[in-house]
Design a protein around this ligand. Sequence first.
Ligand SMILES: [Zn+2]
Length: 352
Amino acid sequence: MEYYLHDDPRMHAAWGPWFSHEYITYFAVQAFDRIMGLPPVPVKPNPFIDDTQWPVGPGHIDLYKEDYREARKIDPLLAFDYGHRNGDFSPDPPLDRTADPWKVLVVYTTEPDLNLDCDLSLHKRQKIMGGSHGWRHMRFRILGYRIGMAPESFRHHRQMAVKAFQEGNDYWGWRMLSRCTHYLADLGSPFHVKAAPDGYVIRKILSSHELFRTASAIHTGYELYVERRFREECRPFKDSLMDGARQGRTIGGDLDAELDGYVREAERLVKPVFSFMLDRFGTGLVEAYGDVHKDHEEDVAAQTKKCAANAARVIFEDSHRPHLKALDDLTADILKRVGRMLGMLLAGFADR
Ligand SMILES: [Zn+2]
């Protein structure tokens, strides 16, 4: 497979620029000839629109990327907002259109990072994770407590995918599965399962503001780094995801039984990634995110987007370039495990 997503002629320019979750699912699905070869399915309305069990954020609308109008050309190196694309998309299902299942899997992976999970009241402690969005996308263990519900988000969307397929709505089956790949990938991402290494937390326990500021700068800075490296066609990222997905596809096995071990592996990588980021980018990175406050009205996710351009300048400064290989290697290791889990997940749906 010679493409890197942004150069794949089968993808409309209107859908770009592309973000990490889209690259991750794109490389994973390439390992499945069966899914790649499935015939297009008719676009249908969302059967779960009034789901009271799993409310969606008040600002969320289902946009249909099958109906697009090219409107602009965004520089990928300056693209930090998943909602801002080259095209504008329809809020109404284009019922006369069809969609290739593998493309549905790829283009809706960032949907959970838009308004889907924002501005909800899910738990009294959700502020620790910056709001309801963080609560649905993370899972921490703190002093014996488990906070955040990313595993439930993963399971819920897998269940919705199964249900949609059973009801004959294949379009929403693939689209729910696409959202599901997002939460599963999040659970393999170090800072979604642990904020900072224990030693660091203990050292900063009395300065919680500094701890929060540093941990969130490193979390978002790291994700910014991964995104940019995907866009720069970092070969080890692509290879690891595809190898991992092939492995997951062949071994099959019980995904739920592996979930805990998968999360623990991601926790283990917090220390090396955190230390690298702190030693290499240090205060410059933390200052780039200087304006983020957890007590602010606005969701932390929205605030951090605004600081992204500054953070990218710090991380990709010329003097840092020669040292990034170590971080690429750690990330390839992470992505291999993510690919493997996505491979196991997709294997369960590949025989449709
Ligand atoms: Zn997420």
